[in-house]
Design a protein around this ligand. Structure first.
Ligand code: CP
Length: 304
């Protein structure tokens, strides 16, 4: 593994290796502390968008690994915000830092950064993919269920970065994956082509009741993070019936897990009751961002 730009870059073996290292580092942190695998290494934490979990979990994770993490607001503080070409920013940061984490909009910008930086690049979220989040989701499911293979995973919501990454990650891990989204909010075409190769292990549906039937794990994410009243009203209409409620979840397995990458909009994609009933799973999922990202950093920078 050279970079972590999207889930499709990983083999099944690489995916499971990340999860194994994450479990090991989580246990070490809770027992006696994390080994300083990044001693003398520095990681650029570039954010072109707001973040709570991704920013802080990377900052704390690099610190626990004994390295230096430098947060930079790429939208306002770097010269890139005033027009410095991305490939120049990449070549400069690549000479100071051992790794770059970037949260941005376009996947192709992230790919360009990786092409020019000369050091490993990690996707901190783009419009297309959120691999760090999905690795934490898989870690959380395996931690609670003991295994991923054969588990029925259902994503309900917008076919965006979370759906794209969860479909690929779940299928790579050997899960049965269903994605339920309104017809106008389908996952990316290349992700659907990837999923097609897995035959009956993948299903794309538009009826949430059908999708959650017998699910072991139900995942959702915000579908209304738009600005503007008109777009909000449109999404409220388009996603009617897509809220995770106790009534909808009656169709899932009685002990089904519910995950949410956060931040959550209670009353939109998830009811307050479902969120609070599954809060322990959801906040463990958030915690596992820390452990899984430490694993990715350790593999990329310390040959773990
Ligand atoms: N889930 C997630 O990526 O959270 P942040 O947007 O707070 O980083």
């Amino acid at each position: 593994m050279k970079h972590l730009l999207k889930m499709n870059d990983l083999t099944r073996e690489e995916l499971y290796h990340i999860l194994d290292v994450a479990d090991e580092l989580k246990a070490a942190q809770k027992a006696s502390g994390t080994p300083h695998l990044l001693e003398g290494k520095s990681v650029a934490l570039m954010f072109s968008k707001t973040s709570t979990r991704t920013r802080t979990s990377f900052e704390v994770g690099v610190y626990q690994l004994g390295g230096l993490g430098s947060y930079m607001n790429a939208a306002t503080e770097l010269q890139a915000a005033r027009g410095e070409p991305l490939r120049d920013t990449a070549r400069v940061l690549g000479r100071y830092y051992d790794c770059i984490v970037w949260r941005t909009y376009r996947q192709r910008d992230l790919e360009e950064l990786a092409e020019y930086a000369g050091v490993p690049v990690i996707n901190g979220l783009t419009d297309y993919a959120h691999p760090c989040q999905v690795l934490a989701d898989l870690m959380t499911i395996r931690e609670r269920r003991g295994d991923l293979a054969g588990q029925k995973l259902c994503f309900v919501g917008d076919g965006n970065n979370m759906a794209n990454s969860l479909i690929v990650g779940g299928l790579l891990a050997g899960m049965q994956v269903t994605c339920v989204c309104p017809p106008a909010y389908r996952p990316a075409a290349d992700v659907l082509m990837f999923a097609h190769k897995y035959g009956s292990a993948f299903t794309l549906l538009h009826d949430p009741r059908e999708g959650v039937r017998d699910a072991d794990v139900v995942v959702t994410a915000v579908w209304n993070n738009t600005v503007g009243e008109e777009e909000t009203e449109r999404r409220m209409r388009d996603f009617q019936g897509y809220q995770l409620t106790n009534q909808l979840l009656q169709g899932a397995k009685p002990d089904a897990m519910v995950l949410h990458c956060l931040p959550a909009h209670r009353g939109e994609e998830i009811s307050n009751a479902v969120f609070e009933d599954h809060a322990d799973e959801i906040f463990t999922e958030a915690e596992n961002r820390l452990h899984v990202q430490k694993a990715v950093l350790s593999i990329l920078l310390a040959g773990k």
